[in-house]
Design a binder for this molecule. Structure first.
Ligand SMILES: Cc1cc2nc3c(=O)[nH]c(=O)nc-3n(C[C@H](O)[C@H](O)[C@H](O)COP(=O)(O)O)c2cc1C
Length: 316
């Protein structure tokens, strides 16, 4: 290498340093759940070996058909979605899809959700030890049917109960994905950490809505829907910063990240890794572009390890 050429930085991160099985990513860039399907469709055109990790579409115990159309609506600087967790169910996922994941050298984390604490535990048990599955991401932005439908992620005790049940049912690394619609995200994050999470993802989509004025009707099937994309980036960044200050375990930032600079903002705020969601709808190469841009920036800045960036936000 010529003397004036910056050295290639080491971008690798371990998202589960305390777990029985570590979750090592070659770089801190993952795809976000539900925005990349299960990865099979893009496998022929994208070079997955350059991605840090892939997160699957949310899986449930039994298959779900999802909501009727319209499921996706564009908004200024964002997107509303109301997919309704359409998926093939955990048995078919393990039978048909996991064997393909096993052939990839990029870790695939399975995003999962249940209606009750018991369902989360059964899902974690089903995924435990499955070839091709590198970890689980627990979506707690869903209603707890045991207690009248309040989201698990809105209550520290319920969030902890899910985490504990999953932790007790699998030796896989456990990432708990928080819901952003809470008053005190640090309280939820600490509860989840104490209950045994290996890492925390911040965050899921925000709740929003859009109205067709002429029809006087909501523009999505369920009136309210999940808002994602650049519109939520400053909000998700603030939640990531608050979470990272409150916990010791790694935090994964997610929300409106469109390019390398956005990703670096989350890393500086304390995220050890990031997930790219809505950007993949606009450009399926977005996550790979983010990897290149983060790497170039680190090389230019003389960063030799990505840990030299994580949490290095300077505040007075
Ligand atoms: C169409 C769509 C489907 C999604 N499905 C899931 C899901 O199954 N499980 C989950 O935890 N998050 C799901 N999400 C949320 C994303 O993983 C991510 O948290 C959110 O989109 C914010 O990131 P972004 O602004 O980069 O898109 C979905 C988002 C979109 C847009």
């Amino acid at each position: 290498m010529p003397a004036d050429q910056p050295a290639t930085p080491n971008l690798s991160v371990n998202l589960a340093p305390r777990a029985k099985r570590e979750l090592i990513l070659r770089n801190p860039v993952m795809t976000a759940s539900g925005t990349f399907s299960n990865g099979l469709e893009f496998a022929r055109v994208l070079d997955y070996s350059r991605l840090g990790g892939i997160v699957s579409k949310g899986v449930t115990l039994r298959p779900r058909r999802g909501n009727p159309n319209p499921r996706i609506v564009e908004t200024p600087a964002g997107m509303l979605n109301s997919i309704g967790f359409q998926n093939v169910g955990v048995s078919k996922l393990l039978h048909d899809v996991a064997p393909v994941w096993e052939t990839w050298d990029t870790p695939v984390v399975v995003n999962m959700l249940g209606d009750t604490v018991g369902e989360f535990a059964r899902l974690a048990e089903a995924l435990d030890g499955a070839a091709g599955v590198a970890g689980v991401e627990v979506n707690i932005s869903c209603p707890n049917l045991d207690v009248g439908g309040i989201e698990f992620g809105r209550d520290p005790a319920a969030a902890a109960a899910v985490t504990e049940a999953v932790r007790g049912s699998t030796s896989l690394p456990v990432i708990v994905k928080l819901t952003p619609g809470v008053t005190d995200i640090a309280a939820i994050a600490c509860a989840v950490e104490r209950a045994g999470a290996d890492a925390i993802c911040v965050a899921n989509s925000f709740v929003g809505m859009a109205i067709d004025v002429q029809k006087r009707r909501p523009r999505t099937n369920r009136t309210v829907a999940g808002l994602t994309g650049p519109a939520i980036k400053p909000l998700a960044l603030r939640l990531t910063w608050e979470t990272a200050r409150a916990v010791e375990i790694p935090v994964v930032g997610c929300g409106g990240i469109m390019d390398g600079r956005d990703a670096l903002e989350f890393l500086l705020a304390g995220a050890s890794a990031v997930q790219i969601g809505t950007a993949m709808f606009r450009d399926p190469w977005a996550a790979l572009r983010v990897v290149d841009e983060v790497e170039e920036w680190c090389a230019r800045e003389g960063v030799s390890q990505i840990s030299e960036v994580v949490g290095q936000l300077q505040v007075d």
